[in-house]
Ligand binder design. Sequence first.
Ligand SMILES: Cc1cc2nc3c(=O)[nH]c(=O)nc-3n(C[C@H](O)[C@H](O)[C@H](O)COP(=O)(O)OP(=O)(O)OC[C@H]3O[C@@H](n4cnc5c(N)ncnc54)[C@H](O)[C@@H]3O)c2cc1C
Length: 397
Amino acid sequence: MGTRYRHADVLVVGAGPVGLATAWEVARRGRTVHVLEQFDVGHDKGSSAGLERQWRIQYSQEQWARLALRTLPLWRELESASGRELVHATGSLWFGRTGVATSEGEIGAAAAVLDRLDVPFEWLTAADIERRFGFAGLPADHEGFHQKDGGVIDVRGTLEALTELALRAGATVTEHVTVHAVEPDGTGVTVRTSLGDHRADTVVIAAGAFADTLLGLLGRPLDLHVFRMVSAYFAPRTPAFDLPTWYAFLEPEEPGINGSFYGFGRNPWTGSGLVRAAPDTELPSTATGSSRVDAAGIERLRRTESWVRDHLPGLVPKFTGASTCLAALPADPGRQFFLGSLHGQVPYGERVVVQSAGWAFKFVPSFGRLCAELALGLDGETHTGADGALVPGAVSW
Ligand SMILES: Cc1cc2nc3c(=O)[nH]c(=O)nc-3n(C[C@H](O)[C@H](O)[C@H](O)COP(=O)(O)OP(=O)(O)OC[C@H]3O[C@@H](n4cnc5c(N)ncnc54)[C@H](O)[C@@H]3O)c2cc1C
């Protein structure tokens, strides 16, 4: 990595999973593509810190459940091309109070979508959840469902697989180079970086929570809500104890503050034996990126310890390691992601493609393909629903 270049068919800003997936998709189509990353691949200052992400089909909105179903074969293709398992089916358990809506969704609406799409799931009472999965002390009116195809995505494995495949297909990745500006014109795009200027036919801004630094300069910032989240690892009391991935929908702690928790089972690929649990609460952040867990984060994790003590007796209720991660969601809660080109938004905007925000790891293979197709001007059937425009008004996803 680190090859110098001056021109590419496509230049990608950001070597997170979306940028790397885009690079692989462009390179395997025989076109030149370069990825510029301000830190290094696999750093922990963006939105892809940590080891695992939840894979789930259930969404409260049918189109995202359909997108998850369409993305699974692309994960399988990535697994087969890289020779490593990346999405492990451990099952996905959603429970708590129906009617409580978080940025994750809502139990009843998601179950209705699964029903409509003929995706199998089991509806469970609080007693079922306690008996089957080892939770305890749940209020009797809690309920939910288990969806057997849900699971956990290997974050580091995905980054490694995408990097290797992109490089093998001819992409180049340069680390420690910051893109300062993206300037489209009639014949291409000038990309101004800390290592000098570059030209490309089109640029894909896959800059995650940092996207607005560049889009602001273009006069089209996204309506991003950027915050930090914390999570921690807990030790099971017995070697046999395990969990599916889970999300507990709980009443807001106080108005506007999500009181829900989520977690994972034993990590299938590290064999560490620890399980991750986390509060789904938002901590303030600027988009500068920091991997330090501060006092506010520790306070959230103490609250998680006490929830674990009350409801997960199979775990020692004292966290062993903590981490933080930068998250970005569209500020409009009715929207899940931003993906599209700046066509019609800025002069020559069709030369700039953007993906940012959302619980997007599960969609990485789809988003990489969509960004590549938009950047190469292909009209892939997968982007039905995306209208090519990005910010206010005509936004795609
Ligand atoms: C705590 C937490 C839990 C999550 N849980 C889930 C989950 O269970 N399921 C799920 O599907 N998703 C989940 N997500 C979301 C998911 O992790 C993100 O959607 C995904 O990791 C984003 O990948 P990305 O490539 O868009 O961004 P990133 O990985 O942040 O990559 C963007 C890259 O661009 C680089 N960059 C930015 N600006 C510049 C610049 N000017 N010049 C050069 N480089 C630049 C950055 O350094 C960074 O490396 C979670 C996120 C968090 C924070």
